[in-house]
Design a protein. Structure first.
Length: 473
């Protein structure tokens, strides 16, 4: 009888995400034990957010003993050494078949290591990507769990209950073993980088080449959000653009310093693209755009040294709006295609088993990249689970054919105006490269063979060849 009186789950780490996740779980009727290394933080949460389903615990021993078996413990502390520290402390108290969940923004290889180490001790570890920020944690995030599928059944109901819902369907699906959940979250964040930069470049074009006011651009994005581009990021962009500066005249957007930050997940995605030989040029360009934004002083100096020409306004404003809409949509398709191609490479590299339609379903709500066209991605992988690249799906193939000329024309227009559009140009170059059966790489192979005897293959016969390039020079 005593076991039935125990709490269902625990949350360790009560900063913004941990606190809100605990409250979300409690709201769904589960009994939650909470702990924070600094006890006063836990006590402050209990005082400021009293909840009949939440109990504060002052020690990890007390926390673990308060839970029903198998014990389920969510760690919400800073990624890295802090997670390992908490796990090592928990090992003194947890038993066989207990479940430790890392819900932080951990690097997938750390999750893979923890999964294998704890499995040897008969403890189940789940690396769980959680997207949606503070609001998502409180009201329903997108959740990406990775770990043993059999053990997943023990936590599935709780995670489904607290996740975001789209048409009543939870935005959560089991991904695969080990670090797969955090890998999917990493790719989600990389796609997020690309989305944000594509939108920022679109805003920049409308402002500088279109000559539109902030309010007009806000209205344009609001209109975009009613059509094929409907998404969370398009929606908030429209809202951002119409906010007046509370401390001075004008709009707040114009007062914000043009230096963007980043917490490393875009870098992780880019490194994975390089490690696995998968081109994710839109994501990488978005990351590089952030790096370039950070060297503000250098950019100020360069603008003085090289003298930028004034932007030439595009006369047909309605056509420009259409071009931006079509280009944004096309670049977005290509960015997602690159992200899912990276997942396909990772599946092979790390011996995972992904259901790509299920992964797309996770992204439909509660997360930053939620968008209307994710339903089309779901359908693409339902129609062909082994789809090599999203651009080959019938729907996306036709959408690209209809809109690629807009991207090409807009890119040329921006380049002529010396307006930086790193993700638009990357998306277009990726597409042009992808649809070119014979590339210039034959020259690279000849050069490599010339200076390093790296050999080459031929198109007219089998084998590996080397040529003595110096004998005729």
């Amino acid at each position: 009888m005593e076991e039935f009186m125990k709490n269902n789950i625990a949350v360790i780490g009560l900063s913004v995400m941990g606190k809100n996740l605990a409250l979300n779980i409690a709201d769904k009727g589960y009994k939650v034990s909470v702990f924070n290394r600094t006890t006063s933080v836990m006590e402050e949460m209990i005082k400021n957010f009293p909840h009949q389903n939440i109990q504060g615990k002052k020690t990890l021993k007390e926390l673990v003993e308060s839970l029903e078996k198998p014990r389920k413990i969510i760690i919400m502390v800073k990624a890295g050494g802090a997670v390992d520290s908490v796990i090592n402390q928990l090992l003194e108290f947890v038993k066989k078949d207990d479940i430790i969940i890392d819900g932080g923004n951990s690097f997938f290889k750390d999750s893979e290591r923890r999964y294998k180490t704890l499995k040897e001790k008969n403890i189940n570890f789940f690396g769980v990507g959680i997207s949606g920020g503070e609001e998502g944690a409180r009201k329903g995030p997108a959740i990406m769990p990775g770990g043993d599928k059999e053990a997943y059944n023990e936590i599935k109901k709780i995670l489904e209950d607290i996740s975001a819902k789209v048409n009543g369907n939870p935005c959560i699906n089991y991904t695969s073993t080990g670090g797969a959940g955090h890998y999917v979250k990493m790719v989600h964040n990389g796609i997020e980088y690309g989305d944000m930069e594509i939108i920022a470049e679109s805003y920049y074009i409308l402002k500088n080449i279109g000559g539109f006011t902030n309010q007009q651009i806000s209205d344009i994005f609001a209109k975009f959000n009613k059509g094929k581009l409907k998404s969370y990021l398009i929606d908030i962009t429209s809202k951002i653009l119409k906010v007046k500066d509370p401390d001075a005249d004008g709009y707040l957007i114009d007062k914000i310093l043009d230096k963007s930050g980043q917490k490393g997940t875009g870098k992780w995605t880019t490194i994975q693209g390089a490690d696995l030989g998968s081109c994710i040029s839109v994501i990488s360009s978005a990351l590089n755009a952030r790096y370039m934004s950070s060297i503000k002083d250098t950019r100020i100096l360069a603008e003085k040294e090289f003298k930028k020409n004034e932007y030439q306004k595009f006369a047909d404003r309605e056509k420009l709006i259409t071009m931006v809409e079509n280009s944004l949509y096309t670049a977005k398709i290509i960015s997602y295609a690159q992200g899912f191609s990276l997942l396909r490479q990772a599946e092979k590299e790390y011996s995972w088993t992904f259901n790509y339609a299920d992964i797309a379903k996770i992204f439909r709500g509660g997360c930053i990249i939620q968008a209307k066209f994710l339903q089309n991605i779901i359908e693409a992988y339902q129609n062909n689970p082994k789809l090599e690249n999203l651009v080959f799906d019938t729907f996306f193939k036709e959408e690209i054919k209809k809109n690629i000329d807009s991207l090409r024309e807009l890119t040329l227009l921006a380049i002529k105006n010396e307006l930086p559009i790193m993700t638009f140009t990357s998306a277009l170059s990726y597409f042009d490269t992808l649809k070119t059966a014979r590339l210039s790489a034959n020259m690279i192979q000849a050069q490599r063979d010339y200076f390093g005897a790296h050999t080459f293959n031929r198109i007219d016969k089998q084998g590996v060849f080397h040529y003595d390039w110096l004998k005729n020079n």
